[in-house]
Each structure stands twice: as C-alpha cells, then as structure tokens.
Design a protein around this ligand. Structure first.
Ligand code: PLP
Length: 388
C-alpha cells in the first residue's frame, strides 16, 4: 500500500485538462491544430548558452557538484536578487535546485509541518495544491476575482491567513497574466507580518512584465526575514529542459534546504550550472531578448480583441498568457474550449483547470508565431461572436 502522502499529491481543480489532451491527440493524428495551451517558449535555449554547457561538459564538469550549487552561481544569483530588491543578499541566502518546481517543493518542505495550512491564490499554477500536499500540508485557496483584475483582495487574504503557516504568491502570474500592484504587494506583506506567515514568492516570470515593474516582496519592509523567493532559468532564459532554479531566503532556511537536498536531489548538474552562470552573465539584454516575443504578442492579442464583446482579454500585464473572459457567451471555459477545438481546431486551456477563480475564462498561451496567434485570435473572436 502506498503512503497516504504520495497518494494525495494529485487532486484539486476540474477535469479541464482533457481538452488539452484531446488537442494534442488531434494534432498527433495530423489535424492542423493551433496549440495555444502550452506554457513553453516556441524558441529554444540560445546557442551561446548551449556552447557554454557543451564546453563545461567537455571540459570535465560532469562529476558531482556541491549540493547547494557552485559558489560562483550562488553569488551571481544573489547579486541579481540584490539588484532587483535593494536588500543585501549573499551566496548563503541562495541554494541552486533543479528548477522552479523543485524550489516550490523545497520552500514548502522547509516551512510547513504535516497538517499545517498553506495558502495559495486561485487561479493557480497547476502544481500548487499537489506540491503543498506532497509535503503533508493542507492547501487553502484564496480567490483572486476576475472582476478585480485577478488581484487578491486584502479582506480575502486576511480571512485565509487565519491559523495558516505560509502564503504562496505568483506575480507575474500564470495563468492570469496579472502583475500584482504595489498596493496588492503591500497588502500581502501586511497580512504575512500580521499573521506571522512565511511568504513564498514564485517569481519565475520576473523578466516578463509589460505594465509597471516587477516587485519582489523581499524588497518590502520587514519581509526579507519571512520571504522565500522561488525562481528558475526556465522562463527567463528559455531553459525549461535544463532544470536549474533557486530558492532565496534567510541563511538558516537555505541551510535547512541544503540538508533536504543532500537527501533528495543531491545537487544540479555542474555543466548546467556553468551554462546558467554564463547566461546570467549576459545580463538584462539577453533576458529582454527572450521576453520580447511575448511583449509583442500581448499587443497582438489586445489589438485582435479590441471592441469585442463576446470575448474580452483580462489585463495582460505580464507572463506569456492571456486570460480571455467568455462569460458573455453563457458557456463555461471548459465548454467553450471544447467547442472551439471542435469548430476551429484551436487548443486552449479552460480557466476552470486553474481553479474556481478561472471559471468562465480560457487561457491562451502566447507561445506560437505572431501570425498564427493573430489568426487564431481573430477566429476565437468570430467563433465567440456566433454564440451571443
Ligand atoms: N511556477 C509557475 C508559475 C510556472 O508557470 C512554472 C512553469 O510553468 C513553474 C513554477 C515551474 O518552473 P520550472 O520549469 O522552472 O520548474
């Protein structure tokens, strides 16, 4: 018999992924499906980063590496976070882990005991409730309402925080494309201080901000000692397959996660770390080059839907996604996504697959070429128009 901890990892959300799997199967059978359901760049890792990885591997960096990461990479990550937050940050505040998902797991494992309540915001990235369950904690969702631009409200955060141990936030947000305002971030920080919560800040889309600037809560007064930043090279450098990321927080927490990693991942491939160090050394211009297609496409989505009533885009302030409100059609996001796939061979994610807060929406990933995206958006708009 399997442990209850592992059997409870999955669950939560609706069956909304079935339309995605149907779109994949149709495409595999040769149908000309436009897939707008995948949260991954349509470009690959830059060749210069691959060259650095290749040189490192051929140069012999294929053995065990230090479990918490090479000091040089920890230092480079710490310097990047210090530049973003203004908070003194050193290598002892950073541990290198195999990607953002491993960072989410490690952060929750470090601060939640079995049975503790861990709060997250709905709509949410698909793995959140399962990650919380995987460490034995109990997930508690707080709704961020579509009609509030998917920004959580102070009163809802206050109610959810009672008796909880941690709060997980993600700005820029997958799936909603929201970037939390200064007010929202201050509310989040106040709620964490007032209720003595750990704040786990998933910043994997920190380079993809189209309106305003990225605010890390580590920068807010009194928050550095209770914030764990989770981040990775996946979205910022199109390195999803390389599995390299980090947790940043107080040195005692990083030390504890080092102990966890010793008994779990045992570090990240050395040649991948060398490639990550090279990539970070390319600075902000290289990050902007990876983000640029999404900045362009966000405008394409907004232009294609301007003046439409049957389908409206929620504010696309960051990340590679657009949440489209289809409530005017009277359909659920799931029914709309299924009908759209049948009628137009366009695959999108139902908003419900990201939690109750996504009801009546579909998520479009802006991860196809500009002309394909523009054409798909025109077809989505005219299809929605036939339903009202
Ligand atoms: N957090 C969010 C919000 C994501 O969208 C993703 C991936 O899509 C991850 C974490 C996981 O990132 P990684 O690929 O670095 O594990």
């Amino acid at each position: 018999k399997l442990s209850s901890r592992i059997t409870h990892i999955t669950g939560g959300g609706s069956d909304g992924w079935s339309v995605h799997y149907r779109a994949l199967a149709l495409k595999a059978s040769g149908a000309p499906v436009t897939l707008l359901s995948m949260g991954e760049h349509d470009t690959r890792t830059d060749p210069s980063i691959l060259a650095a990885m290749d040189a490192a591997a051929r140069g012999g960096n294929t053995g065990y590496s230090p479990v918490p990461g090479f000091p040089s990479l920890r230092k480079a990550v710490a310097a990047r976070i210090e530049r973003q937050t203004g908070v003194p940050t050193g290598p002892d505040n950073v541990i290198i882990v195999p990607g953002g998902q491993a960072a989410l797991f490690a952060a929750h494992h470090a601060v939640c005991d079995p049975g503790d309540t861990a709060v997250f915001i709905d709509p949410y990235y698909a793995t959140y409730p399962g990650t919380i369950r995987a460490v034995g904690a109990v997930p508690r969702a707080v709704l961020a309402h579509a009609d509030n631009g998917f920004q959580p409200l102070r009163a809802d955060l206050d109610a959810a925080a009672k008796g909880a141990k941690s709060l997980l936030v993600n700005s820029p947000n997958n799936p909603t494309g929201a970037v939390y305002s200064e007010q929202t971030m201050h509310d989040i920080a106040d709620v964490c201080r007032d209720n003595d919560l750990w704040l786990i800040s998933d910043e994997v889309y920190d380079t993809q901000v189209w309106d305003g600037t990225h605010i890390s809560p580590r920068a807010l007064p009194g928050m550095a000692e209770r914030t764990l930043i989770v981040n990775s090279m996946s979205k910022s450098h199109a390195m999803t397959g390389s599995r390299v990321g980090w947790v940043c927080g107080p040195a005692e927490v990083i030390h504890a996660i080092h102990n966890l990693a010793t008994h779990n991942t045992y570090g990240v491939a050395g040649f991948v770390q060398d490639a990550a160090l090279f990539a970070l050394g390319q600075g902000a211009a290289a990050e902007e080059a990876v983000a640029a297609p999404f900045r362009r496409r966000r405008q394409i989505v907004m232009d294609a839907l301007a003046g439409q009533n049957a389908v409206r885009a929620a504010p696309i302030s960051g990340a590679m996604y657009a949440m489209l409100d289809v409530r005017a059609t009277g359909m659920s996001g799931e029914d709309f996504a299924n009908a759209l796939l049948d009628a137009e061979l366009i695959g999108v994610m139902p908003g419900e697959s990201f939690g109750a807060g996504g009801a009546g929406h579909i998520r479009v990933a802006m991860t196809v070429a500009d002309d394909l995206l523009a054409d798909a958006l025109r077809r989505i708009a005219s299809f929605a128009g036939t339903l009202v």
